[in-house]
Ligand binder design. Structure first.
Ligand SMILES: Cc1ncc(COP(=O)(O)O)c(C=O)c1O
Length: 398
């Protein structure tokens, strides 16, 4: 997945441009910057590439989720539905605003199960946030229907699936708001960074102001700007935006390499009858950044992971006991370990996590193995890897 694997001359050139110019901040300094606006340029390029009217760059993918929620007016005591399989950033970003993450089961897409989502809706629910994990997507059609029926906001977190599409549209451009991460291990990287995507003019204006202390960005005297509402600092720097710009131009190249490598491995594994692949919703096309498949049960998956390790096959995970990505190991969330007091609303709102179990998610995550698809492999290396994977899986299945 990581664009950093192919960090090269084009990234260095954009970065050097900022260094030569000397303005490292995205706002102000109009006289000094001699027309260099890398963040603005990247926002325009994201709009074009991801087919949205507005893109607002921010400092991280986590910030993008918080900013997206804030732009839609989601805050204290509001409930946001999110999946059990994601990254810790999802609940962090929700809780930062005093809102309550409501975790629900995933299905064989490895993302939100629409039925579980519908069951979790209460009169406090304000948004549904599918997280398009490991290069593929949630059933957005079903989730859009639920949002329309209950007047909820749909926020896509496409941090792990930039370059994937659903019914021909880029992920992140389909919901009311989309969020993406440009951190160092994403398909395209800025080093650190993120973006909020939307077609909603008001949400965009909110994101633009909120991510820069509430500044209204009117005129060219930063000191004279007013604050229509309170904000925070989630700004990206020109240095990060410059790298992101060079990487975005290479997105199609990266996806094409991933698709080629993914297809070779998938074809090899498809001859093993006990291997089934993750469901990609109808109309969806993955970014091919991971190959995700299911085995018979948790025990088989664990043995296969072990066999992969012993045979030098790196970057494959079973997430059942993973600290970062799956509910089972989020003790700090379940026991609410924070540095500061939480509101009663949030404490009470998260009580359910002390007793609720997620058997359906355990069923899919327990049986799943997701393997990163690297950009730097040669075709020979991919074929060799595929052969070794087949051998390791069949040795466990014997
Ligand atoms: C699905 C998902 N959302 C959000 C984030 C947060 O992104 P960042 O590291 O840029 O804050 C990540 C990072 O791994 C992620 O995987």
């Amino acid at each position: 997945m990581p664009g950093f694997e192919l960090f090269g001359d084009s990234e260095r050139k954009e970065l050097q441009d900022v260094l030569d110019n000397g303005v490292l901040m995205r706002y102000g300094f109009d006289g000094m910057r001699n027309g260099h606006w890398k963040a603005k340029e990247l926002e325009k390029a994201l709009q074009d590439k991801l087919q949205v009217n507005h893109a607002q760059l921010v400092s991280s993918g986590t910030a993008a989720v918080s900013v997206a929620l804030a732009t839609a007016g989601i805050g204290a005591g509001d409930e946001v539905i999110m999946p059990t399989f994601t990254f810790v950033a999802s609940f962090e970003a929700i809780m930062m605003l005093g809102a309550i993450p409501i975790l629900v089961d995933i299905d064989d897409t490895l993302t939100l199960d629409p039925k579980a989502v519908e069951d979790a809706i209460t009169n406090k629910t304000k948004a549904i946030m599918p997280v398009h994990m490991c290069g593929s997507m949630a059933n957005l059609h079903a989730l859009q229907d639920i949002c329309n029926k209950h007047s909820l906001i749909l926020i896509e977190d496409s941090s792990q699936a930039t370059g994937a599409t659903y019914n021909g549209k880029p992920l992140g451009s389909i919901g009311d708001l989309g969020c993406l991460s440009l951190d160092f291990v994403k398909i395209i990287t800025a080093g650190e960074g993120g973006a909020v995507l939307t077609n909603n003019e008001a949400f965009y204006r909110h994101a633009d102001h909120y991510s820069d202390h509430g500044h209204d960005h009117v005129g060219n005297d930063r000191g004279a700007e007013t604050h229509p509402f309170l904000g925070y600092n989630f700004r990206i720097s020109e240095l990060h935006a410059a790298v992101g710009l060079a990487q975005l131009r290479r997105l199609d190249e990266f996806v094409a390499i991933q698709k080629k490598n993914y297809s070779i491995i998938r074809e090899a594994l498809s001859h093993i009858p006990q291997v089934t692949f993750r469901t990609v919703p109808e109309g969806g096309e993955e970014s091919y950044s991971f190959l995700s498949f299911f085995l018979l049960d948790l025990e088989t998956s664990r043995k296969v992971i072990q066999a992969f390790k012993e045979n030098g096959i790196d970057a494959c995970w079973n997430y059942y006991d993973n600290n970062w990505h799956y509910i089972r190991k989020w003790e700090h969330l379940k026991t609410l370990k924070t540095l500061y007091p939480l509101s009663m609303e949030v404490k009470e709102g998260l009580e359910y996590l002390k007793s609720q179990t997620f058997e359906q998610s355990d069923h899919y995550i327990g049986r799943n193995i997701s393997c990163l698809i690297k950009l730097s492999w040669t075709e020979e290396e991919v074929r060799e890897r595929a052969k070794k994977m087949v051998k390791a899986i069949t040795s466990v299945l014997k």
